[in-house]
Design a protein. Structure first.
Length: 233
């Protein structure tokens, strides 16, 4: 609260004819006690209720309500977690039980998966890795550590489980993206990264006849990607 400003207000200025300044000063003087009351009264009566301290029990918190002193009831014998067991460690983390990088996708790599991967990649990865995977995203341009390009030969050789594992556990300065991306989405992003990598080294026989004809000719105008900066220019 700016009490320092109030003390310097010339109180006699109303009589001195400085009507505008005086009116402002008067308003400030009237507002000040009200603001003071709003701040102090709740503190005095102790009715402050932080949202993080809600009147409810946390899991496993102590309570006098039940005989065993716990707020949570024990699980019924034979209870099975549905969808949260995470027992397929290779699917969850990209590394199998022996810590080896998973080499194959656990689902079909089709257009639906790639579209999902592109969507998640553009949202969560492109701010740093940029939309083409060069590692020159907008956050990096503003000073964040530059990651290795996904087109670096080492990463072109990497198997999909490697990318899933980086997303699951983080890597150096990059934090984990497990809270944002469920395991299936991590695999979708890995598939899209591999599509980005392939896009720079497609064997000619995989190209359509039209594209091959274009390559064989002498194009006068080289088509450029719309933008390589993630659209943040
Ligand atoms: C806030 C910036 C940022 C975001 C967002 C980000 N990364 Fe990274 N990433 C980095 C940095 C920086 C490194 C290098 C870390 C280091 O070396 O300390 C890195 C490293 C990596 C590597 C390891 C490369 C290597 O050298 O082996 C992979 C793979 C990777 N990121 C994938 C992803 C994916 C996939 C996403 C989206 C789910 C993502 N990153 C989101 C900044 C980011």
């Amino acid at each position: 609260m700016r009490t320092d400003r109030i003390e310097t207000v010339p109180l006699g200025s109303r009589q001195a004819g400085r009507a505008g300044a005086a009116a402002t000063a008067g308003r400030r003087l009237r507002i000040a006690p009200v603001a003071l009351l709003i701040g102090v009264v709740p503190w005095l009566v102790g009715c402050r209720q932080d949202m993080h301290d809600q009147p409810r029990y946390e899991p496993l918190e102590a309570s006098s309500f039940f005989d065993n002193g716990a707020a949570s009831r024990p699980l019924i014998e034979g209870t099975v977690a549905r969808g949260h067991l995470g027992e397929d460690v290779g699917f969850e983390t990209g590394l199998d039980e022996n810590g080896a990088v998973v080499a194959d996708f656990p689902m079909a790599v089709d257009l639906v998966l790639l579209e999902r991967g592109r969507n998640r990649y553009d949202v969560f990865c492109s701010p740093c890795h940029d939309r083409l995977g060069n590692g020159r995203g907008m956050i990096v341009r503003r000073g964040y550590k530059q990651p290795t390009s996904f087109h670096d030969p080492r990463l072109v050789e990497a198997r999909p489980g490697y990318f899933v594992n980086v997303m699951t556990n983080g890597f150096g300065q990059m934090s984990s993206y497990a809270p944002q991306l469920k395991p299936a989405d991590r695999w979708a992003v890995a598939a899209y990264i591999q599509a980005l990598q392939l896009s720079r080294r497609v064997p000619a026989d995989l190209l359509s006849g039209e594209d091959r004809a274009w390559l064989a000719g002498e194009p006068t105008e080289v088509p450029q990607p719309e933008s390589d900066d993630g659209g943040h220019s």
